[in-house]
Design a protein around this ligand. Structure first.
Ligand code: SF4
Length: 369
C-alpha cells in the first residue's frame, strides 16, 4: 500500500506526518505545476471548476509515480466538491489507472461511517497492528504540525508587509516550514516551531512602515493554494500589504468536526452579517465571503481581495453581491477569477493597480482629515 492525497497549500506537511508516524507508506504528489494542470484539464469536462482539474492532475501524477491508495476529503451538497470523488473515480478508471479509494467523511453521519467502513475493507489487510496502535498518536502529531504551519504562515503575513528586502520573509518562511516538515514526533514539532518563529522574526524589517490592511476571502482552494492563486498572498505582502485570511485547514476541519469555539464564533459572525444580502446558506464559502467583507469594512480594512475559480457556483453568487457590498460599505473589493489560462503577470498587474488605488484612497482620507 502507498497512500497519496491532493496537494493543497501546506497540507502535504501534516498528511505526510500522519502517514510517517503511523508507519504507513505514502507518496507526496509533486508540487502543482503546469503539467499537473495540463493532465487535469485534458481529462476533465471543460466546464468543471478549477480545483477539480488540479486535484485530478495531482492524482494522475501520484498514481503514475507508484501510489495506489487515494485519500480524499468528502463534502456535501450544494457544492460540486461533494461529487468530486464520484467523477474522479470514473475518469481514473477510464485512464486505466489502478487505485483504491478512501473518502474522509465531512461529518460523522451514519451513512458516511458505513461508506468509510466499506472503503477501508480492502485496505485493512495491508495494515499491521502497529499501524493501528500508532494511528491516534500520528493524528495528534499531524494536528500539531497543521497548527504549527498555520502559526508560521500567519506570522509571515505580518513580517512580509514590513520586510526591508523583497523576498526575505518568503525565504525564511520556506526554511522554517522545511524544518517543521523534518520534525519527528510532538517534542521536535514544538522545537521546530520556536526555531521557525525566530527565523521569520529575524527577517530584516522597516518597523516604521504602516502597511495597508487587506483581507483575502473566497473559495477555500484558491485562497489556500499559492500554486493556484499565483501567490496572491505573497505578492500583496511584497507590495507592503498586511494580509488577513480566515480560511485555514484548522478552520475547515474544525467546522466539520464542530471543534474550536473561537473559530465557530467568527464563522457565525461572518455568516450572520451576510444575511442582510443572502437569505439562506448558498453553500461553500459564499456567505462567509460576503459576511467577512462587511465585517472587515467595519474594522477599518483598506480593501478585500476575493478569489474564485472560474465556474465556481457559490463564489459567482458572492462576486455579484460583493459589488453592492463594496458600494454600501465603502470598501474596495477586487475579485480575481482564476482558471487554467492564468498567467502570473496578469495577477501581478491586477494587484499592483489595486494596491495603488488603496494607497491613493488612504492619502486622500489623510488629507481630508
Ligand atoms: S466551491 Fe466552487 S470551486 Fe469549490 S467545489 Fe464548489 S463549485 Fe467548485
Amino acid at each position: 500500500m502507498r497512500v497519496t492525497f491532493p496537494r493543497l497549500g501546506t497540507m502535504h506537511i501534516f498528511c505526510k506526518a500522519i502517514a510517517e508516524t503511523a508507519g504507513i507508506p505514502y507518496l507526496v504528489p509533486p508540487k502543482t505545476s503546469r503539467n499537473t494542470l495540463a493532465l487535469g484539464v485534458k481529462n476533465s469536462n471543460e466546464c468543471i471548476c478549477l480545483p477539480f482539474k488540479v486535484i485530478l492532475g495531482n492524482f494522475i501524477e501520484a498514481l503514475q509515480m507508484g501510489a495506489d491508495t487515494i485519500v480524499m476529503v468528502g463534502s456535501g451538497p450544494p457544492c460540486r466538491l461533494g461529487l468530486y470523488d464520484l467523477v474522479h473515480k470514473v475518469i481514473l478508471e477510464d485512464l486505466g489507472l489502478g487505485y483504491r479509494w478512501l473518502t474522509i467523511p465531512p461529518g460523522l453521519t451514519w451513512d458516511a461511517l458505513m461508506r468509510n467502513h466499506q472503503e477501508t475493507k480492502p485496505l485493512r489487510k495491508d495494515l499491521t497492528l502497529k499501524n493501528y496502535l500508532t494511528f491516534p498518536y500520528a493524528l495528534y502529531v499531524g494536528w500539531r504540525k497543521m497548527l504549527a504551519t498555520e502559526r508560521l504562515e500567519k506570522l509571515a503575513l505580518g513580517v512580509r508587509a514590513r520586510e526591508a528586502t523583497k523576498g526575505g520573509t518568503e525565504r525564511n518562511l520556506q526554511r522554517a516550514l522545511h524544518m517543521l516538515d523534518e520534525a519527528k514526533g510532538a517534542k521536535e514539532v514544538t522545537e521546530a516551531v520556536k526555531e521557525g518563529e525566530n527565523i521569520i522574526q529575524g527577517t530584516e524589517q522597516e518597523t516604521g512602515r504602516r502597511p495597508l490592511k487587506v483581507a483575502i476571502v473566497g473559495e477555500l482552494y484558491t485562497v489556500m493554494d499559492p500554486e493556484i492563486n499565483g501567490r496572491v498572498e505573497q505578492r500583496l505582502g511584497e507590495l507592503a500589504v498586511e494580509v488577513t485570511r480566515t480560511s485555514w485547514f484548522s478552520t475547515h476541519i474544525g467546522r466539520s468536526l464542530g471543534l474550536g469555539r473561537e473559530n465557530k464564533r467568527e464563522r457565525l459572525r461572518f455568516y450572520q452579517s451576510s444575511l442582510e444580502y443572502l437569505g439562506y446558506d448558498v453553500g461553500a464559502e459564499c456567505n462567509v465571503s460576503v459576511g467577512e467583507t462587511i465585517i472587515r469594512a467595519g474594522e477599518g480594512f483598506d480593501g478585500v481581495v476575493h478569489l474564485m475559480p472560474f465556474a465556481c457556483m457559490p463564489e459567482t453568487t458572492a462576486a455579484a453581491i460583493l459589488k453592492q457590498v463594496s458600494r454600501d460599505y465603502h470598501i474596495p473589493v477586487l475579485t480575481i477569477i482564476l482558471d487554467e489560462q492564468d498567467v502570473e503577470s496578469r495577477i501581478q498587474t491586477l494587484l499592483e493597480a489595486f494596491v495603488d488605488m488603496l494607497q491613493w484612497r488612504r492619502q486622500k482620507k489623510l488629507k481630508e482629515g
